[in-house]
Design a protein around this ligand. Structure first.
Ligand code: 2IT
Length: 444
């Protein structure tokens, strides 16, 4: 048993050199649960935390494929099977040029606690590749997906490990991956989630992360006697999560004034609503990863190379990627009157931004806010096991119930006088179930 947090982190850094995103994710969780851990000698004796930071299994593999010009391309594939205490490994696949082992370990680690918060029977895992779909043709994406699955298929299965989408992996990629899995195994099973509706997918899965995040934000507002209706909101990104969040915000009477891409951000004072929301899907389908065309299409303003956090809003919802809000961004948001930040991206804020925001305003971390995505993946697994499809209302009602419950868990474990420490609430709430399951299952 390490006697203090610093010793624990120093030891982790020594054993996992250079994995800065992973260290950041672990430090946040350890910071929240340490006090609790110290009070529970049975956790310490079983070295629960030491075991939690070690993935059960990491698979890394070569992904060779041939591009449209006939040139051979080599990417690296990964699956980090982090923790199976609560169920089969579950978590998305990310295809992006920034993908490294450190990124996937941070995501797999976070996923374990997020999945625990949903109360559904899912362990934690994450995978992906440094393959970038940007600028690739459909045929190239299919060949890449087939090559990727030709190795991955032997490690996954509906009772073992159930991947889904993440950045760069949507319905199209899940389709190609599923087709190749089925061909290799000769089995039609719920081995992936985010499938098409005609072949085992669940209604609301595409919208689930964004819808769930807005349901969570609505609970944050209700707790302080306010409502999303009439609020001005900044969103980053323009992908699946942003699209779902914007759709639900419009439905609830809020106004989204920003979206963003790697090229800069859009300020739309009229609000991103109506046809403009569906346009986001078109923009994404171009595979160019730029948001600027929105400005020309709808006469909005585009700010090249900047992030949307300089725009005054009531609520900020990062929906793009990790560390997209730094301390300066956080200070600007607060200075401009922002009273709430609900993180829909995974680890959207840097560690110092989290510390600052938690002291100044209501800040809720990704593992609580964005858990609706994986929750509906869990519901997709249930429907696949029963070989039935629930109607839209049923899935949405379950999603709402799960998000309400996660908010209550955060309030329960994070209460601090009149305010709520959502980081502590989410981390302790997620940790307890995983720790108890690990204790019960012995030293494995
Ligand atoms: O970060 C996430 O929770 C996801 N990318 C969704 C994972 C899933 O298995 O649906």
């Amino acid at each position: 048993m390490k006697t203090d947090i610093n010793e624990f982190i120093a030891d982790l850094e020594k054993r996992t050199p250079g994995e800065s995103e992973f260290h950041q994710a672990v430090e946040e969780v350890i910071g929240s649960v340490w006090e609790f851990y110290e009070k529970n000698p049975r956790y310490q004796k079983a070295k629960i935390l030491e075991r939690m930071v070690e993935p059960e299994r990491v698979i890394m593999f070569r992904v060779p494929w041939v591009d449209d010009r006939g040139e051979v391309q080599i990417n690296r594939g990964y699956r980090v099977e982090f923790n199976s205490a609560l169920g089969p490994y579950k978590g998305g696949l990310r295809f992006h040029s920034s993908v490294t082992l450190s990124i996937l370990k941070f995501l797999g680690f976070e996923q374990t606690f997020k999945n625990s918060l949903t109360t559904l029977p899912m362990g934690g895992g994450k995978g992906g590749s440094d393959f970038s779909p940007k600028g690739k043709t459909d045929a190239e994406i299919m060949r890449f997906c087939q090559s990727f699955m030709t190795e991955l298929y032997r490690h996954i299965g509906p009772n073992t490990d159930v991947p889904a989408g993440d950045i760069g992996v949507g319905g199209r990629e899940i389709g190609y991956l599923f087709g190749q899995y089925k061909r290799l195994k000769n089995e039609f099973t719920g081995v992936l989630t985010g499938k098409g509706l005609a072949w085992g997918g669940s209604l609301i899965r595409p919208e689930a992360t964004g819808f769930g995040a807005v349901y969570f934000a609505q609970h944050m507002f209700h707790r302080i006697g306010e409502d999303i209706e009439g609020k001005t909101i900044s969103v980053s990104g323009f992908g699946n999560v942003a699209w779902g969040a914007i759709t639900k915000i419009n439905e609830l009477g809020g106004k989204v004034v920003t979206i963003s891409g790697p090229d800069g951000y859009i300020f739309d004072s009229e609000g991103v609503s109506g046809d403009k929301v569906e346009y986001l899907l078109e923009l994404r389908a171009t595979n160019n990863d730029i948001v600027e065309p929105y400005a020309e299409e709808f006469g909005a303003q585009f700010f090249a190379g900047k992030r949307p956090w300089e725009v005054p809003v009531d609520l900020a919802m990062p929906c793009a990627t990790e560390n997209e809000v730094d301390l300066d961004d956080a200070k600007t948001l607060v200075k401009n009157g922002c009273k709430m930040l609900a993180e829909a991206s995974n680890m959207g804020c840097t560690a110092d931004a989290v510390d600052y925001l938690s002291e100044q305003i209501d800040y809720a971390p990704g593992k609580a806010v964005n858990a609706g995505g994986v929750a509906v993946s869990g519901l997709e697994m249930s429907q696949n096991s029963m070989r039935i499809n629930w109607p839209r209302e049923e899935v949405d009602a379950r999603l709402k119930g799960i998000m309400k419950n996660i908010h209550e868990t955060c309030v329960h474990y994070g209460r601090n006088g009149n305010s709520i420490d959502y980081v502590k609430g989410a981390n302790v709430g997620g940790f307890v179930k995983v720790a108890e399951a690990m204790l019960a299952q012995g030293i494995v």
